[in-house]
Ligand binder design. Structure first.
Ligand code: BGC
Length: 735
């Protein structure tokens, strides 16, 4: 790793970072947050501006631009979407691409892909990589990461979110944001908040009790503000307790600004603003969106009007502009030495490949079919629409015009020299006709489960002729999409029938799923020897898959969500608490999101949260605590020996969950509070240290309206998945 301070100027202190993704282990090469600095000259800049000039900075001036103040040295503010990559250039007032040839970009692994790595270092590297591309494309604000909790597997945007678990989400989002902002670009953590479904997303009001809100849905946002120093926050489409998030004083002023001391700017999601005065007074700073004349925006002429007629004090406007200019100065917007960024360089390729490789989760491998012995295999049938389908640019919402995307078929062909690798599509994406011809409704259509017999037969035939078959199915970014949730957990397009038929003619079949949220794999799991799972994992996805298949890479991904046996095994669905009635969705399951519900109810998941296999075997030895009695400001340190007892090197994710069986308040049985991912060579033992600040044990005390660590005994369960916790420790928090 090379870390060198390169540019220091009047406006920004910038650390340029060059890291090689290959020198990582457990995150020790990470670098710290760059918090917002106060620039003394901001007040004098704002003093020179007219009301119109100030308001001009508070609304969109293009689909991905907001106003600047040229005469004082600030050009328009430029935005781009993440998290899959820096989005292509679009029309000023529309969503069509401009067709430039200079806006290709790296397709980065989705946040769900990062979630599967359980690797903070890689999260930071992806942040650095995408941040550098945003700089290269001259962007000031990058609309990433998305840290909403995967409350239901059906959520169309599951792939954009890290996990069903708030701790894992924040542990990965924080280094990612720090990485982005190290590149002189502001990150924008989104979508604030309780935006966990796409159905009715623009009208629905989320009703979550305060404790659930604080313990499940807000921790990642809070950590983004307090631990990563995120410069901007995006207000969500939905409402919370009746108030739209972009005019919700409780969320934006009370929690974000007063409780958390957020000093950056709040940007609306696109067209998520509905009221000039409410939004202005309740904490929104910038209105973004399209589809109308920019002067008609709530935060354009109507805001000037609202100031003139006394509904909004001018100091409120000054405050917003002051914070915006401060953010811009912190990104080096006026700094001649601002970092130049980089484009599809080794920095990005390395991070994207390493992440794609570590994000592959091996769910099953019976009979040692994997890894393939390439000296014995002469032919491979690669089957499935997803095997040769480019996911980066498709779908509704933030995609990326990928500079390159190695599909699974391409990767296997390139990386299996001397092997006859052939492709058959097997199934095709088939939909029922959309309800209307509006563009967004195109993505709300049902699935057609009928079989394309010709494709089906050709694939089965190919499988029968080859030594091994690799089927690549799952969802895709046309089905898992913004603005629509999935209707159910079924694998689409009759792919189950195909998997079955292929296995009948070729028992040496590996099934690979590419998807964002969980699908129903119950039947497939009974019949299939080897199953791999991955998300929409970026430009290098095919290379990474090929390397896992061949054993060049030992899989080390772990599920960041529960794979249930059926939908009703998830609390949210057992309680019929999704998607609500169009006006309101009540989070009836409360704290019992994801594995917390299954653990409480004693339901067996198909594959549990935190689960993933390796080509080697690990043993987690007896952990040792630094002390057994702790006080509020202590950090519990646990030394955990991990032995690699198999024949190949590998990485294991050691996970620590905390429970309090005698709690005076309702608790989940246990929850993730620490993890490390050591590399352990075959035959060796490595001791890793898991650190858990005692403050992490706090629950939200509704009566006192604050965090409280209950004194007394706690259990710490240690293992390599939420259902394989082989070690238990006890600590006592002193009164
Ligand atoms: C999405 C945001 C995105 C914005 C701009 C919205 O529909 O919810 O995540 O950043 O569009 O593309």
């Amino acid at each position: 790793m090379k870390l060198h301070r390169s540019l220091f100027s009047l406006f920004t202190a910038t650390i340029a970072v060059t890291l090689s993704a290959s020198d990582h282990a457990s995150g020790e090469t990470m670098f710290p947050a760059r918090y917002l600095r106060d620039f003394g000259q901001v007040d004098s800049i704002v003093e020179q501006m007219t009301l119109e000039e100030k308001v001009n900075m508070l609304h969109a001036s293009g689909n991905f631009f907001s106003g600047g103040i040229e005469r004082l040295g600030f050009p328009e503010v430029t935005y781009a979407d993440g998290p899959l990559g820096v989005r292509e250039e679009l029309q000023r007032n529309g969503w069509a691409g401009l067709g430039w040839d200079t806006d290709f970009a790296t397709y980065f692994p989705s946040c769900a892909g990062l979630g599967a790595t359980w690797n903070r270092y890689l999260a930071q590297q992806n942040g650095v990589g995408i941040g550098a591309e945003a700089r290269y494309r001259n962007k000031d604000i990058l609309l990433t990461p998305a840290v909403n909790i995967m409350r239901t597997p059906l959520c169309g945007r599951s792939y954009e979110y890290f996990s069903e678990d708030p701790f894992l989400t924040k542990q990965l989002a924080v280094p990612y944001i720090i990485g982005v902002q190290s590149q002189d670009v502001a990150a924008s953590v989104k979508h604030f908040a309780v935006n966990n479904q796409e159905t009715y997303r623009e009208t629905i009001s989320t009703e979550a009790d305060e404790r659930t809100l604080r313990e499940v849905y807000l921790p990642a946002f809070k950590a983004a503000v307090q631990e990563a120093g995120v410069f901007t926050v995006m207000g969500a489409y939905n409402r919370f307790r009746g108030e739209s998030l972009c005019e919700n004083g409780y969320m934006l002023n009370t929690i974000l600004r007063d409780d958390w001391n957020f000093r950056g700017v709040v940007i609306s999601d696109w067209s998520a603003t509905h009221d000039t005065v409410k939004s202005a007074l309740n904490g929104l700073d910038i209105e973004m969106g399209t589809l109308k004349d920019f002067n008609d925006f709530y935060f354009a002429d109507p805001l000037v009007e609202a100031v003139r007629n006394g509904q909004v004090p001018e100091e409120v406007i000054d405050d917003k502009v002051t914070r915006l200019i401060n953010v811009l100065l912190n990104t080096g917007k006026t700094n001649p030495d601002r970092l130049p960024g980089s484009f599809v360089s080794d920095l990005q390729k390395d991070a994207v490949y390493q992440t794609a490789a570590e994000a592959i989760i091996m769910l099953k491998n019976e009979g040692g079919l994997l890894p393939f012995d390439l000296s014995k295999i002469k032919s491979v049938a690669v089957i499935g629409d997803n095997a040769d389908y480019k996911q980066g640019a498709v779908g509704f919402g933030a995609g990326v015009k990928a500079a390159y995307e190695v599909t699974p078929f391409q990767g296997i062909k390139d990386r299996f020299p001397g092997v006859d690798v052939r492709y058959a599509q097997g199934y095709e994406q088939r939909y029922q006709p959309p309800a209307t011809d509006r563009y967004e409704d195109l993505f709300k259509r049902g699935i057609d489960y009928s079989v394309n017999q010709e494709l089906f037969n050709a694939a089965v035939q190919l499988a029968s002729e080859c030594d091994v078959a690799v089927i690549v199915g799952g969802g895709n970014r046309m089905y898992e999409t913004e603005s629509a949730d999935r209707p159910d957990l079924r694998l689409p397009y009759a792919q189950e029938a195909l998997i079955k038929a292929v296995q009948e003619v070729n028992p040496n079949t590996v099934v690979v799923f590419i998807a964002g949220g969980a699908f129903d794999l119950t039947d497939v799991s009974k019949e299939t020897k080897s199953i791999l799972w991955m998300s929409y994992n970026g430009s290098e996805v095919g290379n990474a898959l090929a390397d896992v298949l061949s054993g060049k890479v030992n899989p080390s991904g772990k599920l960041s969500f529960t794979m249930p046996r059926k939908l009703d095994d998830m609390g949210v669905h057992a309680l019929n608490a999704h998607p609500g009635d169009g006006k309101e969705v009540v989070y009836k399951e409360g704290l019992f999101v994801g594995y917390r519900w299954l653990d409480k109810q004693g339901i067996d998941p198909l594959y549990p949260f935190g689960f993933g296999l390796s080509y080697t075997t690990f043993e987690i030895g007896t952990p040792v605590l630094n002390k057994q009695e702790v006080s509020l400001f202590d950090t519990v340190e646990i030394q955990v020996p991990v032995s690699n007892t198999g024949a190949v090197d590998g990485k294991e994710v050691v996970q620590a969950y905390i429970g309090k069986s005698d709690s005076a308040v309702e608790r989940v049985p246990f929850e993730l509070k620490g993890f490390e991912k050591p590399f352990v060579a075959s035959g060796e033992t490595v001791t890793c240290t898991i650190r858990i600040p005692v403050s992490e044990l706090a629950y939200w005390d509704t009566e006192a309206h604050g965090w409280r660590v209950e004194p007394g005994d706690y259990q710490i369960y240690i293992g390599n998945s939420s259902r394989n916790l082989t070690q238990i420790l006890h600590i006592t928090v002193k009164e």
